[in-house]
Design a protein around this ligand. Structure first.
Ligand SMILES: *[C@@H]1O[C@H](CO)[C@@H](O)[C@H](O)[C@H]1NC(C)=O
Length: 118
C-alpha cells in the first residue's frame, strides 16, 4: 500500500468513526397531534397550521406520500410538525391549544418523512 493512500484513507476512516456533532438522534424532537385531542379540534388546528400558520401541507393531500394513513390524527401530526420545524427558530411552539405535543420518537414511516430541522 502506498503511503499516499494511507494519508488519504486514515483521516476518512477517522471521520467515519467519529460520532456526529449532533449526538445522533438524542436531541431531535418532532411535534405531533396529541391522541387525546378530539378530531374536530385537530381539524381546526390543522387548518390554521396549513393556512395562516404557513406550514407546507402539500404532502398530506390525496395521492401524496403522507396522505396514508388517512386519519385526522396523522394529517394533523404532519401539519403540526411541518409548522414547528419551519418556524421554531423564530419562536414557534408545538402547542396548538394543547392539541399537540413534542416527541423524541421519529413519527416517519417508509413512505412519509416527518422532517426534522436543527
Ligand atoms: C379519507 O378520509 C376522509 C375522512 O374520513 C374520507 O372522507 C375520504 O373519503 C378518505 N379518502 C380516501 C381516499 O380514502
Amino acid at each position: 500500500m502506498s503511503s499516499t493512500f494511507l494519508w488519504v484513507l486514515l483521516p476518512l476512516l477517522f471521520l467515519a468513526l467519529t460520532p456526529q456533532r449532533s449526538g445522533g438522534q438524542l436531541d431531535q424532537e418532532w411535534c405531533i397531534a396529541d391522541e387525546q385531542t378530539l378530531d374536530e379540534e385537530l381539524e381546526m388546528a390543522m387548518k390554521w397550521a396549513c393556512e395562516a400558520g404557513g406550514a407546507d401541507c402539500s404532502k398530506i393531500q390525496e395521492n401524496q406520500e403522507c396522505f396514508w394513513p388517512n386519519t385526522t390524527q396523522h394529517h394533523a401530526s404532519y401539519a403540526f410538525n411541518n409548522y414547528y420545524q419551519r418556524f421554531k427558530q423564530q419562536g414557534a411552539t408545538c402547542y396548538f391549544n394543547s392539541a399537540a405535543l413534542v416527541t423524541a420518537l421519529d413519527p416517519s414511516d417508509n413512505s412519509c418523512k416527518f422532517e426534522y430541522l436543527p
